[in-house]
Design a protein around this ligand. Structure first.
Ligand code: SAH
Length: 690
């Protein structure tokens, strides 16, 4: 069977033909190679063709594939029984080996995959702190549990999707995503949410967006700020642990006990190629796990005897000589790759973190080092596609994505490295033949201009609901005036050095009067700045957009409106409630209930609203909710009409209360709903499409 036929057969019974997405070659194109066996530095496909391997099973194969002593240890363990579901001495021995290398991991719990390890670490951090939020860095990959998929690297870096379907807005909202290596953004997040952050999880050297080492002092800054705010620091060393050195990245960087993280996660090398992972940390934290503590975690196959045997054999064999040889192989190969690309004139940058390295392709990374995910994504992956296939053709298997590290092993001896180097020139030539990526044409002409005010709306709370035009404008602004309903995370789009002014509150905590906002807009524009007034929702929906527009006009300041997604549709949408739905509602009406139906100041025809059979979306109506609901029923609305109220949509505190128009006010009061909130009344409020 050809590779193509095998892949087609696989696709019949396995989604995409693979058990893990990157293996499908989606980002490099072509048909994945089916592997039949592996030994030392090589893998062999089902046709018996050998490849010098730089994937190393994505990390575990530190000693090379199928090291005879590791295989023998697993065979011996298998003969004694495959799984007991009871404690074993092998687990104890492996935990002791880990602790000897990483004394900061005083106690260790074994699980089966890195995903489980990080998931458990997060739960443990939340249990220890009684706080909800997790901070992660864009481009760091911590496995595929719900809260950790936001802006993750690895397979998601090339999947063309920002996260994953099936992750609820509520779960995603518990994760704050910050740019890697940016202590300013970190400090801002802690200033704002510090008392609700359970943990910061990081790859102490990032290697799932390509290899991006921590800036000097970044990990120490993480430690200091988490300690100051009582949050835990989690070092995810699934990839780096026991690979970049005997004690992982911690061992390379560790300078003082007070800089130790509170938790580590390990995987890959620690299981020697078997499904095994671990989390570890000080006893005071680890003992919060069941059965000693209240944080539950369990697994039939956890600490499996075959996996622990492979882990023990691997760690025992991985002595200083092994690490020295992997380091030397990485130094040699990365130099050869750089030289070959240089000779062929391919713009690129090679980055290292210990023995891990990867190549970033194209002009942007060639111009400056890659420090974060945005910069990593500015590379031109088409160069890598050409390079990858030329290497494969020449008998070298590279990771099928430009966003992965290249993995070496102690089995990559001089012969193997020479074999790889022999193929580099032709692959570099293939990459050189790729024409530079055409620059994307901006979709929207309006941009911030000097001396001009742009009123930019963005969906409340959710950076994904900002329009492209709004994002462009924000990126060019000199001054951004924002308030608490603006999608706060999107402020990251502002260029470094832009002045960010919170006009929701003045420094002493008072509300900024509208006149002051108008005055600030005009003053900054007069000073020749590009001014953006950044609002949550749509500029014109019950906001002060009209007033600001008039004020600028009156002062002779050019002003433009960049509409945003209004909370009137997005907040219900985030809660899984469509404001119309074929067959249920053929229209919707958005009203403000800052005054209710019984107030003489109301200008609305509440009789018509009660009986017009479309969806009613009520903004600014928390205080008046009882009056609104009762008023609608007394004016003819069916008392059993479904109704729902959505509170703080897209924020970590988002909440939804559902009932009917006759019960909602009471239920909302019981649930403690406060402004801002949005009420949806009508048949659609009975749906939940989230
Ligand atoms: N121009 C904005 C609305 C401004 S009026 C827009 O189009 O979205 C302010 C009202 O909007 C609030 O009282 C509340 O009813 C609603 N609102 C804004 N952001 C919200 C959020 N994140 N969650 C729930 N309601 C919100």
């Amino acid at each position: 069977m050809s590779m193509r036929e095998q892949f087609e057969r696989a696709c019949e019974v396995i989604p995409g033909g693979v058990s893990s997405p990157v293996r499908a070659f989606g980002s490099v194109g072509g048909t994945p190679v089916f592997i039949a066996s592996a030994a030392g530095p090589r893998v062999f496909d089902t046709d018996g063709r050998a490849y010098l391997d730089l994937v190393g099973s994505w990390g575990p194969a530190l000693l090379g594939h199928a090291h005879p002593d590791v295989v023998a240890a697993v065979q011996a363990a298998a003969a004694r029984g495959l799984s007991f579901g009871a404690p074993t001495l092998a687990e104890v021995e492996l935990a002791e080996l880990i602790r000897t290398r990483v004394p900061a991991a005083e106690k260790v719990r074994f699980v089966s995959t890195g995903t489980e390890a990080t998931m458990t670490a997060i739960r443990l951090a939340r249990g220890a702190t009684q706080r909800p939020l997790i901070v992660k860095f864009a481009g760091c990959y911590h496995g595929h549990s719900d809260g950790l998929l936001a802006a993750a690297g690895s397979g998601l870096a090339t999947a063309g999707q920002p996260g994953s379907a099936g992750v609820t807005a509520a779960a995603a909202a518990q994760t704050l995503v910050l740019p890697y290596n940016d202590t300013t953004a970190l400090a801002a997040a802690f200033d704002r949410h510090g008392d609700r952050i359970a943990a910061v999880i990081t790859e102490p050297a990032a290697a799932n967006m390509g290899v991006v080492p921590p800036a000097p002092g970044f990990n120490a800054a993480l430690r200091q700020i988490t300690a100051k705010h009582g949050a835990l620091l989690i070092f995810d060393e699934v990839l780096t642990g026991f690979r970049v050195g005997p004690a992982g990245w911690w061992g390379l960087e560790n300078t003082a006990a007070e800089l130790d993280p509170d938790l580590f996660t390990f995987g890959k090398v620690v299981g020697g190629g078997m499904p095994l992972a671990a989390l570890g940390g000080p006893a005071a934290v680890m003992d919060l796990l069941a059965p000693l503590g209240p944080v539950y975690q369990a697994g039939t196959l956890s600490g499996n005897p075959l996996a622990t045997a492979a882990g023990i054999a691997t760690l025992t064999l991985a002595d200083d000589a092994v690490y020295a040889s992997v380091d030397a192989a990485a130094a040699r190969l990365s130099t050869s790759v750089g030289a070959a690309l240089e000779a062929a004139g391919v713009p690129h940058r090679v980055q290292h973190a210990g023995s891990l390295f990867s190549v970033f392709w194209g002009e942007a990374p060639a111009a400056e080092p890659v420090r974060n995910y945005a910069q990593a994504q500015a590379q031109d992956p088409r160069r890598y596609q050409a390079f990858f296939h030329a290497m494969l053709e020449g008998g070298v298997a590279l990771p099928p994505s430009a966003f992965e590290a290249w993995f070496l092993s102690a089995a990559h001896d001089d012969e193997a490295l020479t074999g790889i180097e022999a193929v580099l020139p032709q692959a570099a030539e293939a990459a050189a033949r790729v024409r530079p990526e055409p620059r994307p044409v901006p979709v929207t002409p309006p941009k911030a201009a000097k001396g001009m005010v742009s009123l930019v709306g963005g969906g409340p709370g959710d950076p994904g609901l900002l329009t492209l035009a709004g994002a462009d404008c924000l990126a060019e602004a000199d001054v951004v005036l924002y308030d608490h309903l603006a999608p706060y995370e999107s402020l990251q789009l502002a260029r470094p050095g832009a002045e960010l002014v919170d006009v929701g509150k003045l420094p002493r905590g008072e509300f900024t009067p509208q006149e002051d906002i108008n005055r600030l807009l005009i003053e900054h524009a007069r000073a020749g700045k590009r001014v953006v007034r950044f609002k949550g929702g749509d500029v014109f929906v019950f906001g002060r957009g009209g007033e600001e527009w008039e004020a600028c006009n009156a002062a002779g300041i050019p002003v433009q409106i960049i509409p945003g997604v209004t909370s009137a549709t997005s907040a219900p949408g985030l809660a899984g409630i469509p404001v119309t739905h074929r067959g249920l509602s053929q229209g919707f009406t958005v009203v403000s209930a800052h005054v209710g139906p019984e107030s003489p100041r109301s200008t609305l025809n509440w009789e018509a609203l009660a009986t017009n059979a479309t969806t009613l979306v009520v903004l600014m109506g928390v205080k008046t909710l009882p009056e609104v609901c009762a008023g609608l029923v007394s004016r003819g609305m069916d008392a059993s009409t479904p109704a729902a109220i959505i509170h703080k949509a897209a924020s970590p505190d988002m909440g939804v209360v559902r009932g009917t128009v006759s019960t909602l006010a009471q239920l909302a009061a019981e649930a403690g709903i406060t402004a801002p909130a949005i009420t949806v009344i009508g048949a659609v409020a009975g749906l939940d499409l989230a």
